[in-house]
Design a protein around this ligand. Structure first.
Ligand SMILES: [Fe+2]
Length: 294
């Protein structure tokens, strides 16, 4: 079984590379760690590669990179993937600080990259934007959330953290309640990309920064049901929804099977379950406007 340790970075194609770089540095608060023709590599304050931007024809999610367990063998992982009918290849052109990756496509055509070797691109950078701690999760719109959940659980060892009726599923690969989630949607593609912040004051500062840049807050602050994260949403330079969040549920012990108890939990203990749609969207705070659904 392939064992993922963390979601490291995501790669987005963008028709407007300079504008996208300006958003991720001046507003989001990542650091331009390196740039080459048609590509830009953005790191967190700590110098971890977090977002790669590639010039292209449309704004879309292209790749997700996961660090796998130390010592994981590419040959063994490739055989494991083959056993599930998934063809993979080793690549070494990912970008600065990342060694070889094992790459393959998921059922919706997003490339998954698995790697063990990486380096920091500098450390303790000063940032001018919000400055998230890390890439948290990627939410996608798909035709069949159950089929995507089966692929990610069977092939990559994800566990189901929560369902919302039969329309949304939240999957974890480490203690974080969700690293990927899939919504049944009116189209196929990314719904939002989410970054973890330090605390509510950090989110408040981000909201004030967005206001100064005249960038509307699309929804929030709100506390969601699944994951119980406090979240606030805006749109980036490519009109993609971006979430800043804190206080995501943690499953620290898989054997216990419940999320670390928190005062805002209504269930005691809080175990993976199926939520109804309205409660799932907001335990505390406003419901979203129509913009959230597109
Ligand atoms: Fe989210």
């Amino acid at each position: 079984m392939i064992k993922l340790s963390r979601l490291a970075s995501s790669t987005f194609e963008t028709p407007h590379l300079d504008k996208a770089i300006a958003y991720y540095t001046d507003v989001n608060g990542l650091v331009l760690g390196a740039r080459e023709k048609g590509r830009a590599f953005l790191t967190s304050k700590m110098g971890l590669l977090t977002v790669t931007l590639e010039q292209g024809g449309e704004a879309r999610l292209k790749r997700l990179s996961f660090e796998v367990a130390p010592g994981a063998n590419f040959g063994d992982m490739g055989k494991n993937l083959s056993a599930h009918g998934v063809q993979s290849e080793v690549r070494s052109d990912i970008g600065p600080g990342v060694g070889k990756v094992l790459a393959f496509d998921d059922p919706d055509g997003v490339t998954i990259e698995l790697f063990t070797e990486w380096q920091y691109l500098g450390s303790h950078h000063q940032v001018s934007g919000a400055g998230p701690l890390k890439l948290g999760h990627i939410a996608r719109l798909v035709d069949d959330p159950r089929a995507m959940a089966k692929f990610y659980c069977d092939v990559l060892g994800f566990r189901v953290s929560d369902w919302v009726e039969d329309v949304a599923v939240f999957l974890r690969c480490n203690p974080d309640h969700h690293t990927v989630n899939f919504f049944r949607g009116p189209r196929r593609g990314m719904h939002h990309v989410a970054f973890e912040m330090k605390d509510f004051a950090h989110i408040q500062n981000a909201c004030e920064l967005l206001a100064l840049r005249k960038m509307p807050i699309n929804w929030g602050p709100v506390r969601h049901g699944p994951g119980h994260n406090v979240a606030v949403y805006h749109r980036n330079a490519d009109d993609q929804l971006v979430e800043f969040f804190i206080e995501l549920d943690q499953m620290k012990d898989e054997d216990l099977g419940y999320f670390d108890p928190r005062p805002w939990h209504h269930d005691t203990p809080q175990r993976p379950k199926t939520w109804d749609r309205k409660t799932a969207l907001s335990l505390c705070g406003p419901l979203p406007g129509p913009d959230y659904g597109r």
